[in-house]
Design a protein around this ligand. Structure first.
Ligand SMILES: Nc1nc2c(ncn2[C@@H]2O[C@H](COP(=O)(O)OP(=O)(O)O)[C@@H](O)[C@H]2O)c(=O)[nH]1
Ligand SMILES: [Mg+2]
Length: 207
């Protein structure tokens, strides 16, 4: 089967079931703004590419740390992952969203992926368990054993959302954690209030 991930493809993917809020989240991260009203959106068929501005202080710290060691003197400057521009001014990362309806084809995009933003809609009770199954299949993939995962619990502005602990219970997260080798960070977000967006940017800014 055709493999879509190449050396030039973004090494950061945004995955999750359809309508979980991926496009909305990445659009607001890209434009550094929140959405003002919730409108009906067109599900992503295929992929979308977003460029997200990273935290200059976080990337600066890494550059300092990696150039400060005496063993690095005289060696070329570190080059970031594909899609990751680690220049000191205006560092950015390219994130590729793959539509939820393409879940059966996610596997074609998993070569050389260093980070995955996995988005789960906390207001969609019926979808959370299915989202957990899809997440588990990613975590079990041999190509993603060293990939960093950020679990994003979205739509936390909605009154009828599941709270963090309830959502994690539905995902059987405690059990899942014991069976995988990756460490998963969790962040609660809303594209309406922009809560959690700074934490996502800081996580993206880490190596
Ligand atoms: N209340 C609320 N609605 C959201 C949020 N994020 C996305 N939505 C809505 O959820 C629907 C699906 O969002 P979209 O980003 O297209 O989902 P995708 O299929 O995962 O890309 C749209 O109607 C959005 O306006 C959020 O944080 N809060
Ligand atoms: Mg989308």
């Amino acid at each position: 089967m055709e493999q879509h991930s190449t050396a030039n493809s973004p090494s950061c993917l945004c995955l999750g079931p359809k309508q979980s809020g991926k496009t909305q989240l990445l659009s607001s991260l890209q434009s550094s703004g929140c959405i003002t009203n919730v409108s009906h959106s067109v599900p992503t068929i295929g992929t979308n590419i977003f460029t997200v501005k990273l935290s200059e202080t976080a990337t600066q710290k890494q550059v300092n740390a990696s150039t400060a060691t005496s063993s690095n003197i005289g060696k070329p400057k570190p080059v970031g992952n594909a899609g990751f521009r680690r220049s000191m001014k205006n560092p950015t990362i390219t994130v590729m969203e793959i539509g939820g309806s393409m879940a059966p084809m996610w596997s074609n995009y998993l070569n050389s992926v260093s980070k995955i933003l996995y988005v789960i809609d906390t207001s969609n009770l019926c979808q959370i368990s299915a989202a957990g199954v899809l997440l588990y299949s990613l975590l079990a993939d041999p190509r993603l054993q060293h990939t960093k995962f950020l679990l994003i619990l979205t739509k936390m502005d909605l009154a009828y959302r599941q709270m963090r602990n309830e959502a994690l219970l539905m995902l059987q997260f405690d059990k899942l954690k014991k069976q995988i080798r990756q460490t998963i960070q969790i962040v609660e977000t809303s594209s309406i209030t922009c809560n959690g967006h700074q934490r996502i940017i800081e996580w993206l800014s880490l190596p």
